[in-house]
Design a protein around this ligand. Structure first.
Ligand code: DHB
Ligand code: MG
Length: 221
């Protein structure tokens, strides 16, 4: 068996045994696929980990940079009671598919999606002096990862968890490429994290249905 098939098989086993996705999550993936969205959503074990973290910290306000079809948003929204998730998404089509998935799951009252460039939306939230968020997911285009993170820090309080997807990028993060903009974007975030002392941060490497990758978990001190 190829190792990728093994990773996928084990993930299916884990999902089936213990992740236990709500049917609306499976529906969201089916609808996203039907609408032609790329299958680059977080995998269910990662969604469930975020869900557990949100519950553990009693999160009431969450922010998501990059919504895609709303799959991660459903893991986030369903972890909060009386909470609010703001999603930032550039693609009009993704916003439409995500809102439909969120409505179908019954979370339309607690989720707002702001369509547009996330940098501008983040700056607007800062200008508007919105209350800080308890949990922030960054899972959008990789080139401006550092900018997203720096703006996310301004929307955080002590104890905020910032979760960042795709921090290993198939291992390419340590390739000697000096050209690939995604890799360079991800590395700029590592370089910033290396220097800061106002967060506790780690990256966990993962294998599974999405191949080899990893995510950062960052806690604001
Ligand atoms: C890909 C995966 C992701 O998780 C993402 O956020 C963007 C792209 C990919 O595999 O191309
Ligand atoms: Mg991702």
């Amino acid at each position: 068996m190829k190792k990728e098939e093994l990773w996928k098989g084990v993930e299916e086993y884990i999902n089936d045994k213990i992740v236990k996705q709500e049917s609306f999550m499976l529906d969201a993936l089916i609808e996203s696929s039907k609408a032609g969205l790329p299958p680059i959503n977080v995998d269910p074990p990662e969604g469930k980990l975020m869900h557990i973290i949100l519950k553990s910290i009693g999160a009431k306000r969450a922010l998501e940079v990059g919504v895609l079809g709303g799959f991660s948003g459903l893991w986030i929204a369903s972890a909060m009671k009386g909470g609010k998730l703001i999603g930032l998404e550039k693609s009009e089509k993704h916003v439409r598919v995500a809102m439909e998935n969120i409505k179908n799951a019954g979370f339309q009252e607690s989720v707002e999606i702001i369509e547009g460039d996330a940098i501008l939306s983040l700056k607007k939230l800062i200008e508007d002096k919105v209350n800080p968020f308890d949990f922030i997911l960054i899972d959008a285009n990789k080139e401006p990862y550092l900018e997203y993170f720096l703006l996310a820090m301004k929307l955080s309080h002590s104890g905020t968890i910032i979760f960042v997807d795709n921090m290993v990028w198939g291992g390419q993060v340590i390739s000697d490429s000096t050209e690939n903009r995604d890799i360079l974007g991800i590395r700029r975030l590592y370089n910033d994290l290396q220097k800061r002392n106002d967060v506790d941060a780690t990256v966990v490497q993962t294998v599974g249905s999405k191949g080899y990758d990893g995510f950062a978990v960052i806690r604001v001190k």
